[in-house]
Ligand binder design. Structure first.
Ligand code: 13P
Length: 352
């Protein structure tokens, strides 16, 4: 019989709740500079107020919690108030969405290793996690980035980043916060799907070895990986089935069955394609996978929403309808039931 402390049981329960049967996560944790870049693309003012309005639009979308279990927020967001005066954390909770927080503070150059990055944010993390737990945030996210190119990634880059990811996970579990571990093999470059497979396999094996060494309870984490696909500049295009097969095979080789769920990042894929990939994985391989396979997308869900909203009050409802449509599509993809061909007209009935 395994002994699980009360605190760890809470962490485990959060992980299970986040990957509940029809649900996935919404990553809305863009840092201020990233959020501003996306806003600029659609002519939206790059202000704290616009960022607040946009995040309020998301969290007040009627019925969103049917498809979205949890939202990853950003430090600025958790300190902002909605138009009715309640905090955005309270708004998420009221909407039936578990609030979480991105806790890394971005990447910097890995000294001595040109073109490679390391993620920062461990300093003071214990104290920040205590504050976050007190604010009602139940899970966290940390992203490590691994670039693929000539001579990279190096062993050092992978090992250092995975060690840090495991340290972050340990601090989260200590604080009663469920850690999402996100090792992202980037799509930038012209590498093949095979190269992506090899790098992702090495990264995940290193990660799980580090998590083991650092005594992480695997039942109390979620993995947020990239899908296995060719780099953006590779002219060879992979079929949806090829991507599904490569990704599931890679995960089956590396991810222990004790992990309750795998929730993909979209990584810059077109939204529709990311949904189709997830759909195909679940359609073909659901019975072979020991973990739930779901989504934790940012761009693949949000870009079409921003494009409709454009920062204008009169576009809030159509933007929310688009958000709900995207969330529902990905929810369907969890079961291999997504069908792009049956997209409904955007009308009020989607709010039923
Ligand atoms: P994308 O889905 O846009 O890749 O973002 C997910 C995320 O959380 C990146 O850290």
């Amino acid at each position: 019989m395994e002994y699980v402390s009360e605190k760890m049981q809470v962490v485990r329960d959060t992980a299970i709740e986040l990957v509940a049967s029809y649900k996935g996560l919404l990553a809305m944790d863009e840092s201020t500079p990233t959020c501003n870049t996306r806003f600029a693309q659609f002519g939206i003012p790059e202000t704290a107020e616009a960022r607040r309005d946009y995040r309020e639009l998301i969290l007040t979308t009627p019925g969103l919690s049917k498809y979205i279990s949890g939202a990853i927020l950003y430090d600025e967001t958790i300190r902002q108030q909605a138009s009715d005066g309640s905090s955005l954390i309270a708004l998420a909770i009221r909407s039936g969405i578990i609030p979480g927080i991105k806790v890394d503070i971005g990447t910097t150059d890995l000294a001595g290793f040109p073109h490679e990055k390391i993620t920062m944010g461990l300093d003071g993390l214990r104290e920040r996690l205590t504050e976050y737990a007190g604010m009602g945030l139940r899970f966290a996210k940390w992203r490590a980035v691994i670039a693929v190119g000539k001579g990279i990634p190096t062993e050092t880059c992978i090992a250092t980043n995975m060690q840090i990811l495991a340290q972050y996970a340990a601090l989260c579990q200590e604080a009663g916060i469920m850690p999402i571990v996100e090792p992202e093999v980037l799509m930038d470059g012209d590498h093949s799907i095979m190269q992506c497979f090899e790098v992702t396999e090495k990264v995940l094996n290193t990660l799980f070895s580090e998590l083991y060494k650092q005594r992480i309870d695997l039942a109390g984490i979620l993995l947020k990986p990239n899908m296995v696909l060719a780099g953006k500049d590779n002219i060879e295009k992979n079929s949806i089935t090829e991507v599904a097969e490569a990704t599931v095979n890679c995960l089956l080789r590396c991810v222990p069955a004790a992990v309750p769920g795998v929730a993909f990042l979209s990584g810059g894929q077109d939204g529709e394609l990311a949904t189709n990939h997830l759909n195909e994985m679940n359609r073909l391989y659901k019975s072979r996978m020991p973990w739930a396979l779901t989504f934790s997308f940012s761009r693949a869900i949000q870009l079409p929403v921003l494009e409709i909203w454009k920062g204008k009050k009169e576009n809030i409802i159509p933007a929310q309808q688009e958000l709900l449509y995207r969330a529902k599509g990905n929810s369907d993809a969890r079961w291999g039931d997504y069908d792009f061909a049956v997209r409904p007209e955007r009308d009020a009935s989607i709010f039923m």
